[in-house]
Write a protein that binds this ligand. Structure first.
Ligand SMILES: Nc1nc2c(c(=O)[nH]1)N[C@H]1C(S)=C(S)[C@@H](COP(=O)(O)O)O[C@H]1N2
Ligand SMILES: [Mo]
Length: 331
């Protein structure tokens, strides 16, 4: 393969890795499993492309440009991301220096991102129209088949040898007996006093204020649901509380519902989703501890953990569409 072509192919695959990696955080139902599988296969494609990249790295290094050190760091971070990905998914090693393997994997991915952008610009390769010929399509297809085969072989080996990776959920997460108190980014556990806590529900100018006692007095609805954090764990629990549909609506057509934490953290939901969302006060028959969102937190079956807003104190119905929010929380 000409160097230009293998360089470009590697760039395309790396972009695919990053897109499916972030996409894996959105996978909440088994039907979205393919994103997580695609991430694994794309990662293995990177490994296969090393064969063509190695001579490029060799001659680049020999040119002794000062920026070669930045490229070296990029290479090391790529190796770290690949290694931590394999260690996490096989279960060979699930934590390192007090952090879960998934944490290292995500950290490597994020630090790598700006370096990759710089490298791709500084060592720009101009694609030629003739690059995309039959040979390239065949070669690309062949590599994809080999990568998929490797993925199946690794997954099969993990199951046959009963490595702990075999017990992972379709999202790649590991079971945890209890949910792990988790902060998305920079949020903080607030001071909570359930006796004075209120939830204000507003809908087109009208507001209704509920105390925790009001909500505890209502007959609780219970359901089993899995909370599955993007940091790589999940926990299957019985949650009890008040269905969100008892507090808002019913005429929500064309509108959406924002659920806010006392901390400012929030998520917006489409009307058709509200039916399965619970405003929970209890887990496994006990009132929630503060770290897990007391006095009231959301339970959103089929959605990843970052949708399960903790310390809820405001619920607002407005006319904005449900996609009117960043794809991920910012705090
Ligand atoms: N207010 C608030 N709610 C939040 C978060 C947060 O940082 N702030 N973290 C989210 C994330 S990333 C997850 S995985 C779950 C974790 O719930 P737990 O701490 O009960 O395990 O809460 C979600 N709700
Ligand atoms: Mo999370």
């Amino acid at each position: 393969m000409p160097r230009r072509v293998s360089n470009l192919m590697l760039l395309v695959v790396l972009v695919l890795v990053l897109v499916t990696g972030v996409g894996s955080w959105l996978a909440g139902t088994p039907g979205q499993r393919w994103v997580v599988v695609a991430h694994g296969v794309a990662g293995l494609l990177v490994v296969l492309l090393v064969r063509w990249k190695a001579p490029v790295i060799g001659s680049g290094w020999a040119r002794s440009r000062r920026s070669r050190w930045a490229s070296l760091v990029l290479a090391l971070l790529t190796v770290l991301a690949l290694l931590t990905g394999v260690l996490h998914s096989t279960g060979l090693l699930t934590s390192l220096a007090g952090q879960r393997m998934m944490w290292w994997h995500v950290a490597a991915g994020f630090v790598l991102l700006p370096l990759l952008a710089w490298h791709a610009l500084a060592r720009r390769q101009r694609p030629r129209r003739t690059d995309l010929d039959r040979r390239l399509v065949l070669r690309g297809g062949g590599l994809l088949v080999v990568a998929a085969g490797l993925w199946v072989a690794i997954e099969g080996t993990v199951r046959l040898t009963r490595l702990s990776g075999a017990g992972r959920r379709f999202t790649g997460s590991y079971a945890s007996a209890l949910p792990r108190p988790t902060i998305w980014l920079t949020d903080r556990v607030p001071d909570v006093d359930a006796r004075t806590w209120t939830v204000t529900v507003t809908d087109t100018g009208r507001a209704r204020v509920w105390t925790v006692a009001d909500l505890l007095d209502r007959r609780a609805t219970s359901l089993r649901a899995v909370i599955d954090c993007t940091s790589g764990w999940y926990s299957d629990q019985e949650w009890s509380g008040v269905p969100l549909s008892h507090l808002v609506g019913p005429d929500l057509a064309g509108r959406s519902v924002v659920v806010r934490s006392m901390t400012g953290y929030s998520r917006r939901f489409a009307p058709e989703e509200i039916g399965r969302v619970l405003l929970a006060h209890s887990m496994a028959g006990e009132l929630l501890p503060t770290s897990l969102g007391a006095p009231l937190r959301l339970v959103v079956p089929g959605r990843r953990g970052f949708w399960w807003v903790k310390w809820v104190d405001r619920i607002e119905v407005d006319d904005r569409p449900s996609w009117w929010q960043p794809a991920f929380p910012l705090q």
